[in-house]
Design a protein around this ligand. Structure first.
Ligand code: NAD
Length: 434
């Protein structure tokens, strides 16, 4: 008797958030508190707009059919079409895609791009499939996503274990499923395509170049010469390799690398191009590279160095290893590599972190240039692209640096505050429909 409808609702036990979602929400809430974010906008940004889960069958080389699960999470589109990568990895699930999509919203906002944030992928270990199986998996995934992606709606890009070839298959499948007269107007449904198929010269190196640039900007502000400085890289894929390539050109010395198979160290320096060739010839791993010592997974971040670049997966720097880190500067090539507990230890120790949403934003800025070119039918050349990227990243870096100095906050909080304020402004200006 007398129970209100509310009382009759079954009590839902709150399950604590885990993993990367914990991180991104703590980072968001801390910045939102700092800027006193409007409570209504906080509600909107705390949750994702759309979450798409597709199960789709694919015929394997031996004739059997396997069913795969793919995801696309669209976090927020207040500033423009959703934008973010597609990852092929065993750790891909809805929660990971949500967290990564949120980071994309802050990243595109901070970079001043007309995009929202999204992320997705397939729960798969691509090493277990042949090239032609991966092509069929990618094409069928694209077909399953259907109009949930689109050149003016949601534009995927490469991420872990996907590359320009993957993007070419997606573009071709998406364009082939449009009426003939509309096909070429849909080329910008994905970015990170090969140059020759609508790709941007320099998109391959855009993220790693951006990682290098943010390190260089920080070093210049702090009168630090990169020449002779030692750095380590976790993940020697697209981001890790290109960041190493540009740092080595400036005289810095790569002394440790870890990939999914293991780690190596050589305090005299590893030649980046030789290691890249070795990695290419050894099925994408650097293990057993000559003249170095193997490094245990738990000891990798303890390697003696000045700069540490996590460029693999999320949640790698945690309370387990943060106190062992020797570097003075962490440049987050990966998305979400440092968890909140790890970060607190690093900040207490005076270690500076260039946060992911700034550090690796060269990739999405490059993607934006590719998208603009496809839309306008222009073709830009490498030097022009890298020059534009340098100028744009300098603007973002200076904004974050100045905010961090004037507000007395770390660079991550500064980057989040700037990004969230831009979205808040858009909501305040246009109101909430209806
Ligand atoms: P990639 O697939 O080219 O390379 C990933 C590398 O990480 C490989 O060397 C792999 O062996 C290594 N790795 C995987 N699991 C590992 C583990 N458990 N421990 C150590 N190393 C491991 O991927 P990528 O495109 O270079 O992306 C790397 C990171 O950068 C990801 O977090 C991604 O979200 C982020 N990122 C990528 C781009 C881009 O343009 N590609 C843009 C922004 C951010």
């Amino acid at each position: 008797m007398g129970n209100s409808k509310k009382d009759l609702k079954p009590k839902v036990k709150k399950v604590p958030l885990k993993g990367m979602m914990d991180n991104v929400m703590e980072q968001f809430n801390s910045a939102a508190n700092h800027i006193n974010l409007h409570p209504n906008i906080r509600k909107i940004l705390s949750i994702t707009n759309n979450e798409i889960l597709v199960n789709f069958p694919v015929k394997m080389d031996n004739g059997d059919v396997e069913v795969f699960t793919g995801y696309r999470v669209q976090h927020n589109g207040a500033l423009g079409p959703y934008k973010g990568g597609l990852r092929y990895h065993a750790t891909v699930d809805l929660d990971a895609a949500r967290a990564l999509a949120m980071w994309m919203t802050w990243k595109t906002s901070l970079a001043g791009l007309p995009y929202g944030g999204a992320k997705g992928g397939i729960k798969i270990d691509p090493a277990l499939y042949s090239e032609s199986e991966l092509e069929r998996i990618t094409r069928r995934f694209t077909y399953a996503l259907a109009d949930n992606i689109g050149p003016e709606h949601d534009i995927p890009a490469p991420d872990v274990n996907t590359n320009s070839q993957t993007m070419a298959w997606i573009a071709d499948t998406y364009m082939s499923s449009r009426p003939p007269a509309q096909r070429s107007a849909n080329q910008h449904v994905v970015t990170g395509k090969p140059d020759g198929s609508g790709g941007l010269e320099g998109r391959d190196r855009a993220t790693g170049f951006g990682v290098y640039l943010t390190i260089k900007f920080w070093a210049d502000n702090n009168d630090m010469d990169l020449n002779g400085k030692k750095f380590i890289v976790q993940g020697f894929g697209n981001v890790g390799y290109w960041a190493s390539h540009f740092l080595e050109k400036d005289g810095a010395k790569l002394v440790g690398v870890q990939d999914a198979q293991g780690g190596i160290e050589n305090q005299d320096g590893l030649n980046v191009e030789a290691l890249f060739k070795y990695n290419h010839e050894n099925k994408g791993t650097i293990i057993n590279y000559p003249d170095c010592s193997p490094v245990e997974k738990s000891e990798f971040f303890a390697i003696d160095c000045d700069i540490c670049i996590p460029a693999a997966l999320g949640n790698q720097i945690t309370k387990k290893n943060a106190s062992k880190i020797k570097a003075k500067l962490i440049a987050e090539g990966a998305n979400g590599p440092t968890n909140v507990e790890g970060e607190n230890i690093l900040l207490e120790r005076g270690i500076v972190i260039i946060p992911d949403i700034l550090c690796n934003s060269g990739g999405v800025i490059g993607s934006y240039y590719e998208w603009l070119q496809n839309r306008s039918g222009e073709i830009w050349h490498l030097e022009e692209v890298l020059d534009k990227l340098r100028k744009k990243l300098k603007v973002s870096f200076d904004k974050v640096h100045d905010y961090s100095e004037s507000e007395g906050v770390d660079m991550r909080t500064a980057a989040f505050c700037i990004a969230i304020k831009r979205i808040e402004k858009a909501y305040i200006q246009r109101g909430i429909f209806p």
